[in-house]
Design a protein around this ligand. Structure first.
Ligand SMILES: Cc1cc2nc3c(=O)[nH]c(=O)nc-3n(C[C@H](O)[C@H](O)[C@H](O)COP(=O)(O)OP(=O)(O)OC[C@H]3O[C@@H](n4cnc5c(N)ncnc54)[C@H](O)[C@@H]3O)c2cc1C
Length: 388
């Protein structure tokens, strides 16, 4: 299996008895004109840092050590996505070694079906990508915000956020996190925090964020103006750029997309689940707004099908038995309220409905591309696309 950043949740770029093609040394980033050519082994921080030297960026994710290959091939969502689209939406060209050893250059007019499949069809399915060429966007500074509410106001905060964030101006990407904190930390408490990045002046934020700040009685409202790269470091949760490539801890995760606002019963379910977790172990629910440029691309235009959701929810916990039980119960309780879709980049080995959940109506075309470029399933793992 190909491996770039090695962050596959399912461990699908490693494992016993698997031949691994590690592309991490193909990590050069070359910016020229309005495009950046990125080696398939570059990590996100390396991409952001090199691009920012030229005053540009590509929309990526927030974890600095995630590999560009896994991210882009499965979509790629982050703090610039409502403004610039998914990482895959910004792909202009890629080079890929297919199962028969051929190096193909794919773009809108060459091997266009394979190019379509590589924009959301998921890593490890069609061959080994060696480099990607992206359209870049000029950036200088961005505005940021964080709002925290008392835990007792978690339900109204979530209710307000879900009506606001997916419909905010494209320039604003917003998340809401419900987090049971580490029970061993002194004074640990459950948190409800919304944060976001805005491509516009900080002075716009007070009126823009009014639907959130006027909900309940926030205990913290902060805004800032940061260089784009400092914002990357901030969202990565690193102390500074030098520590932004340190390894991170492991966790268990599941995800959903939500297409209609969560009713009060669902909001109670998530808030109560995180509250019950507090004091017992790690547990968090991360809400990422969709809409904006993400949803303006037609579902069939690329293999990334998740174009009509309001937001995604990712549930994470530790990997011990009690944590996994918490995760499974929460997931089961939320089935009536979610769309049936899940993010292929939060690949979930326990998800039985994965072909539909990751790819929906694009699955059949993906299977047809697989039949064409890898008819014998040379590249395969438990959730790989099968040749039709
Ligand atoms: C801490 C953390 C934070 C994250 N944050 C975000 C986020 O903000 N936004 C977001 O969208 N996602 C996020 N993700 C999910 C991330 O996008 C996926 O886990 C992604 O698949 C990781 O890519 P990788 O290259 O690091 O992993 P790998 O394990 O190297 O690769 C993932 C998959 O792609 C395949 N692959 C790798 N290299 C190639 C190649 N050269 N050619 C073809 N296939 C290849 C692998 O075989 C594997 O199946 C996060 C993940 C983690 C662990």
């Amino acid at each position: 299996m190909p491996r770039s950043g090695g962050h596959s949740y399912g461990g699908y770029s490693s494992g016993d008895g698997v031949v691994v093609a590690d592309v991490s040394r193909l990590n050069q980033v070359k910016v020229s004109g309005s495009r950046a050519t990125v080696g398939a082994g570059a990590n996100l921080f390396g991409v952001y840092a090199a691009a920012s030297n030229h005053g540009v960026t590509i929309p990526g994710g927030s974890c600095p050590t995630v590999g560009i290959a896994g991210l882009a091939l499965g979509g790629g969502i982050g703090y610039s996505a409502r403004h610039f689209g998914t990482t895959a939406d910004n792909l202009a060209r890629l080079q890929i070694v297919t199962a028969d050893g051929e190096l193909l250059v794919c773009d809108a007019s060459h091997h266009s079906d394979l190019f379509w499949a590589c924009r959301g069809g998921g890593g490890g399915n069609f061959g080994i990508v060696t480099d990607f060429t992206f359209e870049t966007h000029p950036v200088s500074t961005v505005s940021t915000y964080e709002i925290e509410w008392p835990w007792a106001q978690a339900a109204p905060a979530l209710a307000a956020w879900q009506l606001f964030a997916p419909h905010a101006p494209d320039a604003l990407f917003s998340v809401l996190d419900l987090i049971a904190t580490d029970p061993s930390a002194p004074g640990a408490r459950a948190h409800v925090v919304s944060a976001g990045q805005y491509f516009g002046p900080e002075s716009d934020l007070p009126s823009l964020l009014q639907p959130l700040t006027s909900t309940g009685t926030p205990i913290r409202i902060t805004t800032g103006t940061l260089s784009f790269l400092d914002a990357v470091v901030h969202w990565a949760g690193c102390r500074d750029a030098a520590t932004c490539t340190e390894a991170r801890s492991t966790f268990a995760a599941k995800s959903d997309y939500v297409a209609a606002p969560l009713p009060a019963a669902a909001i109670s379910t998530v808030v109560n689940a995180v509250a019950a977790r507090q004091g017992h172990g790690r547990g968090a629910i991360y809400f990422d707004a969709s809409g904006g440029a993400i949803n303006r691309v037609p579902k069939a235009a690329t293999a990334f099908v998740h174009r009509d959701s309001l937001f995604s929810m990712q549930y994470t916990s530790g990997s011990d038995d009690a944590s996994l039980t918490w995760l499974a119960n929460l997931y089961a309780q939320l089935r009536p309220y979610v769309s049936g879709f899940a993010y292929q980049n939060y690949i979930d080995p326990n998800l039985r409905t994965w072909p539909h959940a990751y790819y929906g109506a694009n699955l059949r075309r993906l299977e047809a591309v697989k039949r064409k470029v890898d008819p014998h399933g040379f590249f395969r793992f438990p959730q790989s696309i099968r040749p039709a």
